[in-house]
Write a protein that binds this ligand. Structure first.
Ligand SMILES: Cc1cc2nc3c(=O)[nH]c(=O)nc-3n(C[C@H](O)[C@H](O)[C@H](O)COP(=O)(O)O)c2cc1C
Length: 169
C-alpha cells in the first residue's frame, strides 16, 4: 500500500449516544482512526486544538457553532513536520454542524496537498458526510479527494467490517 498518514480530529468527554449523554475517555473518531491504523499500518497524527473544546457537550456545541459562524481557524498544538512522504491521507473527523470541525480547516490550510489522495472518514449521529467532502475539495482543490466513509459514532466500536470493505474498494 502507498505510504499513508491517518490524520484525525476527535474529542473525548461528554457526548450524545443514541438518546443519552455519556462521558468517554476516547472519542468516536479516535476509535475508528486506531482501528484503521491497525488495519493499514499507516502513521497516525491527532489534530489537537491549542484550546480544546469543552468536555461539556452543550458548551462544546456552543463553542463549535461560534467557530463555524465566525469561519474561525483555531490554533493547533502541532502539525506533522512534512507530508511529502505520504501518497495518501486518511482524514478522520466528526461531523460538526454539517461539515468538518474548524480545527480541521486549520490543518488542511497548512499544507499543499497537490497530487495526494485524501480519503475522508466521518463519524456522525445521522447526518452522514453532509457538506464535509465538498468543503475538503474546496480547501484542497489540487488533491484527489475521494467520497469517503460515513460511520455512526455511537456504534463505532463495531465498525471493523465497514473499514475493511472501504479499504478493499
Ligand atoms: C459540536 C458538535 C456538532 C455536531 N454536529 C452534528 C451534525 O451536524 N450532524 C450529526 O450527525 N452529528 C453531529 N454531531 C455528533 C458527532 O458528529 C458525533 O457524536 C461524532 O461521532 C463525535 O466524534 P468524536 O467522538 O470523535 O468527537 C455533533 C457533535 C458535536 C459535539
Amino acid at each position: 500500500m502507498a505510504k499513508s498518514l491517518i490524520a484525525f480530529f476527535s474529542r473525548a468527554g461528554e457526548n450524545y449516544f443514541g438518546g443519552q449523554f455519556r462521558f468517554v475517555d476516547i472519542g468516536n473518531t479516535k476509535i475508528a482512526a486506531e482501528k484503521l491504523q491497525a488495519l493499514t499500518g499507516a502513521d497516525l497524527f491527532e489534530i489537537q486544538m491549542e484550546t480544546p473544546y469543552s468536555d461539556n457537550y452543550k458548551e462544546c456545541v456552543k463553542e463549535a457553532k461560534r467557530h463555524f459562524d465566525e469561519n474561525a481557524r483555531p490554533g493547533l498544538v502541532s502539525f506533522p513536520d512534512s507530508i511529502d512522504e505520504y501518497e495518501q491521507i486518511f482524514l478522520g473527523y466528526p461531523n460538526y454542524c454539517g461539515t468538518i470541525p474548524m480545527p480541521v480547516f486549520t490543518f488542511l490550510e497548512h499544507f499543499d496537498f497537490t497530487g495526494k489522495k485524501i480519503l475522508p472518514f466521518c463519524t456522525n449521529e445521522g447526518s452522514g458526510m453532509a457538506r464535509s467532502v465538498g468543503d475538503i475539495r474546496k480547501l484542497c482543490p489540487t488533491a484527489d479527494v475521494k467520497d469517503g466513509l460515513s460511520l455512526k459514532g455511537s456504534t463505532v466500536d463495531s465498525c471493523d467490517e465497514d473499514l475493511k470493505n472501504w479499504l478493499s474498494l
